[in-house]
Design a protein around this ligand. Structure first.
Ligand code: ADP
Length: 256
């Protein structure tokens, strides 16, 4: 389903004169991959939180399938959106397996507990993300990077139409970045909509995504990764040190 953001403005402090996001207009097409790029503090996380329904627009609207996103009830929303925050507030003494099982509850009635089928889904996803060895550890006993993978696994277990991922690889080593990105590529091929923020413009190229370049709370540019991930386009935001790898005197190491 389509997401349409119209004239969206937002501020955390209603009395503040400056808005954090200003007159955002954006259409997210079903099945598209969208990478939000921009400097620290430009508003990427805020936009993702608004899409997740965790914040309300100050002005403007976010429509999902033609209706106001705000009016979708939480249980219904959990069937449509999965959200991976940058920092998770998790209870340390819950085993990873149990935490991941919460990802299955969006398809269960409120009185039902995850059963055999749901726990099999948990195990299969853990295997896919190479975290089976963590299943019986408590969340408080795993590393920051491992926790990030657990959060990503939980979002995949939710099996929603739309994935909202806020810098999902910020704590991951190169091997796990590659694993997560390749899984996202597979997920995109299955027709899911992905919206992720990142500090790595190359992710957009890797995912062959749409790019939304945010600067100081406004959309500076939008288009395909092939069009926008070019040194000349990124320099005004990231600075003159940006360059294409063919300008470097050494081979850049990347993913294939
Ligand atoms: P990004 O994700 O692009 O780094 P954010 O969306 O987190 O940026 O932040 C955008 C702006 O909103 C920043 O100026 C930041 O300081 C401010 N901000 C973020 N979260 C809060 C909050 N909870 N309360 C007040 N201001 C916030």
């Amino acid at each position: 389903m389509n997401i349409k953001i119209s004239n969206l403005s937002f501020k955390y402090d209603k009395k503040a004169t400056k808005t954090v996001l200003n007159s955002i207009n954006l259409e997210i097409k079903p099945g598209s991959v969208n990478v939000l790029l921009g400097l620290n503090g430009c508003g990427k996380t805020t936009l993702i939180k608004l899409l997740a329904g965790l914040e309300k627009p100050f002005e403007g609207t976010i429509e999902y399938d033609g209706g106001n996103l705000q009016t979708i009830r939480i249980r219904e929303r959990a069937k449509i959106f999965a959200y991976v925050p940058q920092q998770a507030n998790v209870t340390n003494d819950i085993p990873v397996r149990q935490y991941l099982s919460y990802g299955t509850t969006n398809t269960l009635a409120f009185y039902e507990h995850p059963g055999k089928e749901e726990m099999e889904r948990v195990e299969a996803t853990a295997e896919r993300l190479n975290i089976s060895h963590l299943l019986d550890k408590n969340l408080g006993e795993i590393s920051g990077g491992e926790l990030q993978i657990v959060l990503i696994a939980c979002s995949l277990i939710q099996n929603t139409e739309i994935l909202l991922l806020d810098e999902p690889t910020s704590a991951l080593d190169m091997k796990n970045q590659n694993l997560v990105l390749s899984i996202l590529k597979e997920v995109a091929k299955q027709g899911k909509t992905i919206i992720l923020s990142s500090h790595n413009p190359n992710y957009a190229l890797y995912l062959d995504s749409n790019v939304v370049l945010i600067h100081d709370g406004v959309i500076r540019d939008e288009g395909s990764a092939k069009e926008l991930i070019k040194a000349e386009k990124l320099k005004p935001i990231y600075g003159d040190h940006m360059c294409a790898s063919n300008e470097l005197g050494y081979e850049e190491i990347s993913f294939k």
